[in-house]
Design a protein around this ligand. Structure first.
Ligand code: UTP
Length: 480
C-alpha cells in the first residue's frame, strides 16, 4: 500500500522529469507521507521551495520530525486565504516592488477627508454621546491582543498591565467592565426592549493566547458571562529568506518553517471564517468596534463615536485625535488616483509629508489655522457597519492588502539581514472598498481618547508627550 502511494506520488511529483535526481532526499522519504502531505510537497516543489528538503536524512532518521514538518505546512496552508501558493506569489510581487523602490502611493493625490470634530462636553458632543449609548447594545466589541509588545519590552501580556496605578485594575478588567456598563446604560435608555448581551471578542496569538485565557479564568471573566467572550487565535505566517520568497527554515529546528506574526489585519479574516459576523447580523447587531490592548481612555470616547457612525451612516468610522504636522502618528487621508479610484485611509506620517510634496503641496504636511495638521491622527480604533462589512468580506474573505518590510544587507537589495514576512494592518480594510462606501472619522481630544502603552521609557522619552503616559502605564491623571 505504502509503496503504491509512493509510486503514484512520485509520478505526480515528477516535475520536469528529473525529480528523483534533483530532490533525492524528498524522493527517498515519500513513502512516509500521506497522500495529502505528498500534495503539499508537490505544491512546495512547484513553488520553488525544494531547499526545504535538501537536508532531509535517510528514512528511519527523524521520521517524526518530517511528519511534523508537514503538519506545520498544512496549518500554514489552511490558515492563509488562498493557501501557501498564494502567500508565495504575493510575497514575490511585493518583494520585487520593494526592491524596485516602487511607491505604493504612485498616482495618488492626498486631500483632507470629511469627518466629525468633537469638543468634549458641548451640545453636539452630548447629542452624539446619547445616540451612541442608545445604539451601543447593537454593537460587538473586538479587542486585538495578539501583539508581542516588543517596543515596550514587557514579557507578559499587555492586557494584564495596570491601566491606572491607584487600584491596579488591569486593561482587560477595565475593558470588560466598560462594555458591561455600556450594556446596562444602553438597556436603561431603551427600556421596554429586550436586554442584550454585547459580544466581546479577543484576538490572541500563540504569544498571548494561553495567558489571556488564564487571566480571564482566574478572575471569573471579570464579571462577564464566559459565553459572552470569544477568543480567536491568529496564526503566524511563514518567513521569507530572499527576494524569490524562499521560505526560511527555523534556525533552531531544520524541520520547521520559521514563522512571525502577520499583523492585526488578521482580525478580519478570522471574524469572517468564525461565522460570528452572520450570527451577530441575525441577532440584529449593526456595528463592530475594533480596539487595541492598551488604551485606557478609549471607552470615554466610544459612545460619542458610535453616535457619529449612527447619525452619519458611516460604513467605516476611524477614531482620531488632533495631530501636529509631521508628528509620528499616521494621518487619516483621502487619496484620489489619476484613474479615478479614491479611498480614505491611514497614511503613515513618514509617507504623508513626501506624498504631499510630490503632489503640488511644496510645504508638505503643515499645521493649519487650528494649530494642527488638517490630517487627523489615526488611533486605530475602528467602527464598522456590520451589513456593509459582511458584503465586503464576502468578496475578499477578509484578506487585507499586505506589505513587506525587508531589512536589506546593502544597497544592492539582493539579500536580507534577517528573514522577513508579509504583514497586514487592520486599518487597511478600506483599501478594497468601492467608491460608494461611506468612510469618515471622528476626532476627539487626545486627553479624552488616547493614551496607549507602546514604548519602553527610554524610547518613549524620544516621543514628545508620551513619557509620562508610559511611566505610569497610562494613568489618566498624568495623561491629562
Ligand atoms: P502594536 O502596534 O502595539 O504592536 O499593535 P505590538 O505587536 O503589540 O507591539 P510591538 O510592535 O511588538 O512593539 C497594536 C495592536 O494590535 C495587536 C496588539 O496586541 C495591539 O493591541 N496586534 C498586533 C495583534 O493583535 N496581532 C499582531 O500580529 C500584531
Amino acid at each position: 500500500m505504502e509503496a503504491a502511494v509512493a509510486t503514484e506520488s512520485l509520478s505526480k511529483l515528477n516535475i520536469n522529469g528529473d525529480f528523483a535526481s534533483s530532490l533525492p532526499n524528498l524522493h527517498k522519504n515519500l513513502h512516509l507521507l500521506s497522500p495529502q502531505q505528498v500534495e503539499l510537497a508537490k505544491m512546495l516543489v512547484e513553488k520553488g521551495q525544494s531547499h526545504l528538503f535538501e537536508h532531509w536524512p535517510e528514512p528511519g532518521v527523524d521520521d517524526g520530525e518530517k511528519k511534523s514538518f508537514f503538519d506545520q505546512v498544512a496549518r500554514l496552508n489552511s490558515s492563509y486565504p488562498g493557501g501557501l501558493a498564494s502567500y508565495i506569489k504575493i510575497a514575490r510581487e511585493l518583494l520585487a516592488d520593494s526592491k524596485a523602490g516602487k511607491n505604493p502611493f504612485d498616482g495618488f493625490t492626498p486631500s483632507v477627508p470629511t469627518g466629525e470634530n468633537l469638543s468634549h462636553g458641548d451640545e453636539n458632543f452630548i447629542k452624539f454621546e446619547e445616540a451612541g449609548v442608545r445604539e451601543a447594545q447593537n454593537a460587538a466589541f473586538v479587542l486585538v491582543a495578539g501583539g508581542l509588545g516588543e517596543r515596550l519590552g514587557y514579557n507578559g501580556i499587555k492586557v494584564a498591565l495596570p491601566f491606572e496605578t491607584i487600584t491596579g485594575t488591569c486593561f482587560l478588567q477595565n475593558y470588560i467592565e466598560s462594555v458591561l456598563a455600556l450594556q446596562e446604560a444602553s438597556y436603561r435608555m431603551t427600556q421596554g426592549g429586550q436586554k442584550k448581551e454585547i459580544p466581546f471578542v479577543i484576538m490572541t496569538s500563540d504569544d498571548t493566547h494561553a495567558r489571556t485565557l488564564e487571566l480571564l479564568e482566574s478572575h471569573s471573566y471579570f464579571g462577564m458571562k464566559p459565553t459572552q467572550v470569544k477568543l480567536l487565535k491568529q496564526e503566524k505566517v511563514a518567513c521569507l529568506e530572499d527576494n524569490d520568497a524562499k521560505l526560511a527554515l527555523d534556525p533552531q529546528n531544520k524541520f520547521r518553517v520559521q514563522t512571525k506574526p502577520h499583523g492585526h489585519g488578521d482580525v478580519h479574516s478570522l471574524l469572517y471564517s468564525s461565522g460570528l459576523l452572520y450570527e451577530w447580523r441575525d441577532a440584529g447587531l449593526r456595528w463592530v468596534l475594533f480596539f487595541q490592548d492598551t488604551n485606557g481612555l478609549l471607552f470615554k470616547a466610544i459612545p460619542a463615536s458610535i453616535g457619529v457612525s449612527v447619525t452619519k451612516g458611516y460604513h467605516v468610522n476611524s477614531l482620531a485625535v488632533p495631530r501636529k504636522a509631521k508628528e509620528a502618528i499616521g494621518g487619516i487621508t483621502k487619496l484620489t488616483h489619476t484613474d479615478g479610484r479614491s479611498m480614505v485611509i491611514n497614511v503613515e506620517y513618514n509617507q504623508l509629508d513626501p506624498l504631499l510634496r510630490a503632489t503640488g503641496f511644496p510645504d508638505g504636511d503643515v499645521n493649519c489655522e487650528t494649530g494642527y495638521s488638517p490630517f487627523p491622527g489615526n488611533i486605530n480604533q475602528l467602527i464598522l457597519e456590520l451589513d456593509a462589512y459582511i458584503e465586503e468580506l464576502k468578496k475578499t474573505g477578509g484578506g487585507i492588502k499586505e506589505f513587506v518590510n525587508p531589512k536589506y544587507k546593502d544597497a544592492s537589495k539582493t539579500s536580507f539581514k534577517s528573514s522577513t514576512r508579509l504583514e497586514c494592518m487592520m486599518q487597511d480594510y478600506p483599501k478594497t472598498l468601492p467608491p460608494s462606501a461611506r468612510v469618515g472619522f471622528t476626532v476627539m481630544d487626545t486627553w479624552l481618547a488616547y493614551a496607549p502603552v507602546k514604548n519602553n521609557p527610554e524610547d518613549a522619552a524620544k516621543v514628545k508627550g508620551l513619557l509620562v503616559i508610559v511611566n505610569c502605564f497610562s494613568c489618566q491623571f498624568c495623561a491629562i
